[in-house]
Design a protein around this ligand. Structure first.
Ligand SMILES: NC(=O)c1ccc[n+]([C@@H]2O[C@H](COP(=O)([O-])OP(=O)(O)OC[C@H]3O[C@@H](n4cnc5c(N)ncnc54)[C@H](OP(=O)(O)O)[C@@H]3O)[C@@H](O)[C@H]2O)c1
Length: 292
């Protein structure tokens, strides 16, 4: 998009973490922001910060797991702020854990919030982008969607789904005056869920690389201006590993396990202990939850 000024943007996951850090940058680029998340106080604080800087932002509290409520949400944004032509699908939940601790309900909830809701919002934006003759949907995926990550099966699946959907939509709408981008960050330092990981299991190994909020913000702004399909944001080069995954999947799995397995397992172990109490025989000895 050439000029973002005055365009309405729905930003999900705006109450804290990366979304809260990103919001003032999107407002400074001239976008009018509809801030979406469940935590009303968090949204109010972000809106107040933006308004204090002369920008336009309004909270639209919503629970993305209630997928049937999304048409009403988007209609309310259109009515209050104007037709939304930019969507930043940033909200997401991670459920890094031993897979035998996942519940059927939890799996469905993660898939709804991380995959179904962003797709539904994207679908709801299409008529507005068509009518305006412009627009961009930027979706926060993850490097975990490019290379399956141990102890993150559901999260990886949802992020891989977002990346595939983005490429699919780019092909289907290749002649349209609007675009779709998947942002694939590694662990983000400075705000968001990786700050929680650090408190639980320490820093991720240096070999995995990582990134910063500033780099992610820059990637999202680049996506809005240049309509890029997929942007990997990570300090170490991951493309060779991803390419390897396509040609030699067993070797790629072995390498990924070597790089991230111990750290991710540490996180999963910490969470298993929190959920079930101290382990007596190592994590293998702990009983998994009944999936329910
Ligand atoms: N941080 C990283 O290292 C990293 C790396 C790669 C990709 N990502 C992706 O980047 C995005 C932002 O992550 P983050 O680190 O900022 O996470 P975060 O700090 O946990 O924040 C998640 C955001 O999503 C919102 N959210 C969660 N469940 C929701 C629901 N049911 N309905 C509406 N909003 C909901 C939260 O708001 P409420 O709780 O107020 O609803 C919050 O604003 C996610 O998609 C994540 O997968 C993060």
């Amino acid at each position: 998009m050439r000029d973002l000024r005055g365009r309405v943007c729905i930003l999900t996951g705006a109450s804290r973490g990366v979304g809260a850090a990103l919001a003032p940058h999107l407002a400074a680029a001239g976008l009018k922001l509809a801030l979406v998340a469940r935590d009303q106080a968090g949204l109010q604080a972000v809106a107040a910060q933006i308004q204090g800087q002369g920008g336009v932002a309004k909270p639209f509290p919503a629970d993305l797991s209630q997928i049937d409520s999304l048409p009403v949400l988007v209609a309310r944004v259109a009515e209050d702020l104007g037709p939304p032509v930019v969507l930043v699908n940033n909200a997401g939940v991670e459920d890094f854990q031993h897979f035998d601790q996942a519940t059927v309900t939890g799996i469905a909830r993660s898939i709804t919030i991380n995959l179904a809701a962003p797709l539904a919002l994207t679908r709801l934006l299409v008529p507005y982008m068509q009518a305006a003759g412009q627009g961009q949907v930027v979706t926060m995926a993850s490097t975990a969607g490019l290379v399956g990550t141990p102890y993150a099966a559901v999260y990886s699946a949802t992020k891989a789904g977002l990346i595939a959907a983005t490429h699919s939509l780019r092909m289907e709408y290749c002649d349209a005056p609007f675009g779709f981008t998947a942002i694939c960050p590694g662990f983000i330092n400075g705000a968001g869920m990786h700050e929680v990981h650090k408190r639980e299991a320490g820093h991720a190994p240096a070999a995995l690389g990582g990134t910063t909020v500033a780099a992610v913000v820059a990637a999202i702004l680049r996506a809005l201006h240049d309509d890029r399909g997929e942007i990997i944001v990570n300090s170490t080069p991951l493309r060779p590993l991803i390419g390897l995954g396509r040609t030699l999947p067993a070797l790629s799995d072995w390498l990924t396990r070597r790089l991230s397995g111990t750290y991710m397992r540490q996180l999963a172990d910490v969470r298993r202990v929190k959920a079930t109490g101290p382990l007596s025989q190592g994590s293998e000895g702990a009983k998994g939850h009944l999936p329910g």
